[in-house]
Design a binder for this molecule. Structure first.
Ligand code: TYD
Ligand code: MG
Length: 450
């Protein structure tokens, strides 16, 4: 038995209502609601194929055998490779290099596994041109250029690959629905059908979705709860560096990053990422911190420029750290170092614009600001780690051991850190000069004395 159901879906935020409204009750956007006819199968029909519940001890606990994506950096972000039957959403701005990344990866995977690349945006000839540019050797990768969801599903079923790629979810459409490709309802309906197909047949599925900076295409955002893993591909148009960042991962840790460089012949992994975010110059206003992104320590320069202001409200801008963090650090300096900063503009930029979320970079930001203000270079070959408390104390940092090890690996001679446990201190004797401090004043006296 089947019945036709009508629902009204906001094309901006995806919320559903049972009647039409001129303005969405959830996101307040006007004229964004569209009627959708859903054909709903009766629950009774499904009873025939119904599975039974089982006790835990009957579940076989075989280890998941992942396969590699062909890139060590990509594998790291996925939590150690691709899990069969998992659904990964790869988001990013148009033109950032998503198709390039997955085509290179598909080429490498297809040397060992059956891979299907579904291109809904580009023609077969266009993909071939890219393929030749990328210098790929595999002859087994199957390509399918199609936008119709039913034909795509048919082809996936026929080929039964281990890995399938949809490029991109905004370009495919389900003919049973009236809304246009790329709308929230199309994106959601197509993804959930593809996801069911992947789970039932143990096919690893990678879905590409375009996301713009201002979130104008909200489609892929509404998918995040549906899929197993959400990865973002980031970068800017000026630099050639690209960052792969995991935002959600059911099979690994989140906030893991992978770093690539976009070259003429495709993407290349960066083996020593710390080298691209640091300059190793000893000039005023620049310090180096070691931050933690996922499980990896990374050295990043923090640059500050402090100038006398010409405005009634001094200017404060940041690239790579949040503006609120800067305000807080400035307030701590005013109160606990006793330097009045209200007459100064303050600009902060991280090396390569790298986005830092680890609060242990606070100390480095503070020392850069004071170094620029006083026009004194900080202590040579020194990095700074520590979160600034509101009372001026320097608080403990996560994973301090791996951060110190990274500094040693990079040949840094001095490191300023929060108070250590004895066991940690003994481990690093002779390898690096460690200065333990308990508040910001001590750090300033140590690193900025002439
Ligand atoms: P693309 O993968 O098409 O981006 P997306 O799928 O995210 O929209 O990448 C497009 C950009 O990458 C384009 O500006 C050209 C550049 N590019 C290279 O620099 N080198 C290459 O080898 C390739 C294939 C693309
Ligand atoms: Mg593309």
């Amino acid at each position: 038995m089947s019945s036709k159901l009508s629902t009204f879906i906001c094309q901006n935020c995806g919320s559903e209502t049972s009647q039409y409204f001129g303005r969405c009750l959830n996101c307040n956007s006007w004229n964004s609601i569209v009627e959708e006819i859903k054909s709903k199968r009766s629950n009774y029909q499904e009873i025939k194929n119904c599975k039974k519940s089982i006790p835990f001890n009957e579940i076989s606990s075989k280890k998941i055998s992942r396969f590699t994506s062909g890139f060590r950096e990509f594998d790291r972000v996925l939590g150690g490779g691709i899990v069969p039957g998992s659904v990964v959403l790869l988001g990013g701005e148009p033109g950032i290099g998503k198709s390039t990344l997955v085509l290179q990866s598909a080429g490498k995977i297809s040397l060992n596994e059956k891979v299907l690349y579904i291109t809904a945006e580009e023609s077969l000839e266009q993909v071939k041109i890219r393929w030749e540019r990328l210098n790929q050797s595999s002859i087994n990768l199957k390509i399918f250029a199609e936008t119709n969801l039913s034909l795509i599903i048919k082809e996936i079923k026929r080929l039964n690959p281990s890995f399938a790629i949809i490029d991109s979810i905004q370009a495919i459409h389900n003919h049973e629905m009236q809304s246009s490709p790329g709308s929230v309802s199309q994106v959601r309906a197509c993804s959930s059908e593809l996801q069911n197909l992947a789970k039932d047949n143990n096919i690893a599925l990678l879905i590409i979705g375009h996301v713009t900076k201002d979130g104008a295409l909200a489609g892929p955002k509404t998918l995040e709860h549906l899929v197993d893993t959400v990865i973002n591909f980031e970068g800017d148009n000026i630099s050639s560096h690209r960052l792969l960042r995991s935002i959600k991962n059911r099979f690994g840790s989140t906030f893991e990053i992978g770093i690539f460089e976009m070259l003429e012949e495709g993407l290349r992994e960066i083996k020593n990422p710390s080298s691209i975010f640091t300059n190793k110059e000893n000039i005023s206003g620049v310090t180096t911190t070691i931050t933690n992104e996922g499980t990896r320590p990374l050295a990043v320069d923090i640059q500050a420029l402090v100038n006398k202001t010409f405005y009634s409200n001094p200017r404060r801008t940041t690239t790579g750290i949040s503006i609120n963090r800067l305000h807080q650090i400035l307030a701590v300096i005013e109160k606990h170092v006793g330097i009045k900063l209200s007459e100064f503009d303050c600009y902060i930029a991280t090396g390569g614009g790298f986005e830092i979320n680890d609060p242990s970079s606070d100390l480095s930001v503070a020392i850069s600001i004071l170094s620029s203000l006083k026009n004194i270079p900080p202590l040579a070959s020194c990095s700074f780690i520590g979160e600034l408390g509101l009372s001026g104390q320097v608080r403990k940092s996560n994973n301090l051991r791996t951060k110190i090890e990274e500094a040693i690996r990079l040949g840094i001679k001095n490191i300023v850190v929060p108070k250590l446990e004895d066991e940690l201190n003994n481990n690093f004797q002779n390898l690096i000069k460690i200065k333990e401090i308990s508040n910001i004043k001590e750090a300033v006296d140590y690193s900025l004395s002439v």
